[in-house]
Design a binder for this molecule. Structure first.
Ligand code: SAH
Ligand code: DHB
Ligand code: MG
Length: 187
């Protein structure tokens, strides 16, 4: 498993954000071992729910094991498959909008995820993007790293939909190095 889970302090931050929001429905793109998933689940009221999307079969198996060991199994739904098609399915199913959405999968797809998650949001929905600073690499406009390009386009996307979203970027430093979160709220 890649060590790409959020740090404990970041997990607590996400948990607090979900609590402050009073989120009852959370959507996560990128489960890995369900570490951030379980932080979010802890913040849910008893009738709350988190749907988490994961492509990698091996990661999904580990995530399921961790979810079963947690006390939040009944509140977590893991959907295995490419996030893009899972999101399209959720949109087609007209599921209720989410209160909080965490985007943390393949960063190259972030611009696409932004367009899709806006269709699963409502006024007041909080959208958080992980890894938007990447050791400062994000300001390297010459970077050809698909993750950096994806995040740069994602942040431009946040700017382009200013009529729909209010956004900022918060830089973080800690045991996972220097990185950051984008935080947006739907108008
Ligand atoms: N949110 C997790 C970390 C996620 S790491 C935590 O903080 O604990 C990113 C995950 O996204 C990896 O498990 C990777 O397999 C998954 N991923 C990558 N591309 C994906 C895609 N197209 N659809 C769904 N998941 C994807
Ligand atoms: C990477 C991805 C992540 O989601 C993360 O939190 C840290 C690193 C990466 O792809 O390098
Ligand atoms: Mg991440």
């Amino acid at each position: 498993m890649p060590a790409h889970d959020v740090s404990p302090l970041e997990g607590k931050f996400l948990y607090l954000l979900a609590k402050i929001k009073g989120a009852k429905r959370i959507l996560e793109i990128g489960t890995l071992g369900a570490y951030s998933t379980i932080w979010f689940a802890k913040a849910l009221p008893v009738d709350g729910r988190i749907i988490t999307l994961e492509y990698d079969e091996k990661h999904a198996i580990v995530a399921k094991e961790n979810i079963e060991k947690s006390s939040y199994q009944s509140q977590i739904e893991l959907i295995q498959g490419r996030a893009r098609s899972s999101l399209e399915n959720l949109i087609a199913q007209k599921v209720s909008p989410f209160d909080l959405i965490f985007i943390d999968a393949d960063k190259a797809s972030n611009p696409e995820y932004l367009v899709l998650v806006l269709q699963l949001a409502k006024s007041g929905t909080v959208i958080v993007g992980d890894n938007v600073v990447r050791n400062g690499e994000i300001i390297n406009s010459f970077s050809e790293d698909p993750s950096v390009v994806g995040i740069r386009r994602y942040i431009e996307g946040l700017d382009h939909v200013q009529h729909e979203l209010e956004s900022t970027v918060l830089q973080t430093v800690g045991i996972k190095g220097y990185d950051g979160f984008s935080i947006s709220v739907v108008r």
